[in-house]
Design a protein around this ligand. Structure first.
Ligand SMILES: Nc1ncnc2c1ncn2[C@@H]1O[C@H](COP(=O)(O)OP(=O)(O)O)[C@@H](O)[C@H]1O
Ligand SMILES: CC(=O)N[C@@H](CCC(=O)OP(=O)(O)O)C(=O)O
Length: 298
């Protein structure tokens, strides 16, 4: 009998390293936010789909919430419309809302579903309208400045925030062994569609499902300090300081805010991961090293 090759021994070693994590996470729900900036490369997208399928096969229930900001921006540009962003949110008039709904619910959602299914998984796509999943209300932002007598109200049009989540349809899909893939579009009591930042939807879905983890895939190594070094772990108090100091800003703001809300509402941990790294999900979940920034309550 010949001795096993080094490659075979490495595979065995890797599987054994993953064993305690597989035991710990079996039966747990994990919400994964797949940001538009992380969907950059076909090979990475394929790797992402395979990671989800593997998670499912070892007994984890992955639930995907996706973005698509750059994809919306590209179509708007082709249509000759320029977007304005306020505090990381796209000002959304009714024409822009139609484009958002077409791109997120039509193109991006179906692309992700197809990608997972083509790799051998079973995914089903939803927007917040399906099964009344996301009830939204209009988001009102305020701006305060020394020259203002009172805080200014900023109207972002059809931009919403989550009022409530009805996870009935998501639970039904999980029970049926499907991977739910959710586009961040909500519907208001006023009957209007609302464009909601995908990080906010992912955070709320994780809260309502009392997920074990909220995993936010984006286009940075994680949360970075001003000198570019990575914070491998942060708690809620330190995050508040970093926001105050302006170290965390722009698109990272909604991400950390929803991560903080999630860990304060029963989600065990939130992770900001680099979607540009192949198999970032598997590396984070099943290896001793972990990648990105881990956010805990304290
Ligand atoms: N402290 C920070 N660490 C890392 N990224 C930061 C930080 N502060 C702001 N950012 C910005 O946040 C961006 C991620 O948010 P965003 O572009 O909205 O991603 P996504 O499309 O994945 O939601 C980063 O590319 C970076 O420009
Ligand atoms: C209100 C608001 O800004 N909505 C976002 C929804 C998509 C999103 O969040 O996409 P990423 O995760 O790729 O950034 C937008 O219109 O771009």
């Amino acid at each position: 009998m010949s001795l096993p090759s080094e490659r075979a021994r490495n595979i065995a070693h890797v599987l054994i390293e993953a064993l305690p994590y597989i035991q710990r996470f079996r039966g747990k729900t994990m919400v994964i936010k797949y940001g538009g900036n992380a969907m950059v490369d076909p090979a990475l997208q394929q790797g992402f789909a395979r990671d989800l399928i593997l998670m499912k096969l070892v007994g984890i229930n992955p639930v995907v919430v996706h973005g698509g900001g750059p994809q919306i921006g590209r179509l708007l540009q082709r249509l000759g419309k320029v977007s304005e962003f306020v505090q990381g949110m796209r000002v959304t008039d009714s024409e822009t809302m139609d484009v958002v709904e077409m791109v997120l619910g039509g193109l991006v959602n179906k692309e992700i579903v197809h990608l997972i299914n083509r790799q051998g998984g079973s995914a089903v796509g939803l927007t917040g309208k399906d099964g009344d999943l996301i009830r939204a209300r209009k988001l009102i932002l305020h701006r305060d400045a020394p020259e203002l007598l009172a805080p200014e109200i900023i109207d972002l049009g059809h931009v919403g925030e989550v009022e409530s989540i009805d996870v009935g349809v998501v639970n039904m899909l999980i029970k049926g062994d499907f991977i739910p893939v959710i586009a961040p579009i909500g519907v208001g009591r006023d009957g209007f569609s609302y464009n909601i930042n995908a990080d906010l939807v992912a955070g709320k879905v994780a809260e309502v499902l009392t997920a074990e983890k909220l995993l936010l895939l984006t286009n940075t190594a994680g949360i970075l300090d001003t000198d570019g070094s990575l914070f491998s772990e942060l708690d809620v108090a330190r995050i508040a300081q970093l926001i105050e100091q302006g170290v965390i800003h722009g698109g990272m703001l909604p991400k950390v805010r929803c991560a903080v809300d999630a860990v304060q509402s029963g989600v065990a941990s939130a992770h900001i991961l680099d979607g540009r790294v192949e198999h970032a999900l598997l590396l984070d979940l099943f290896t001793d090293e972990g990648v990105g920034t881990l956010i805990r309550r304290r």
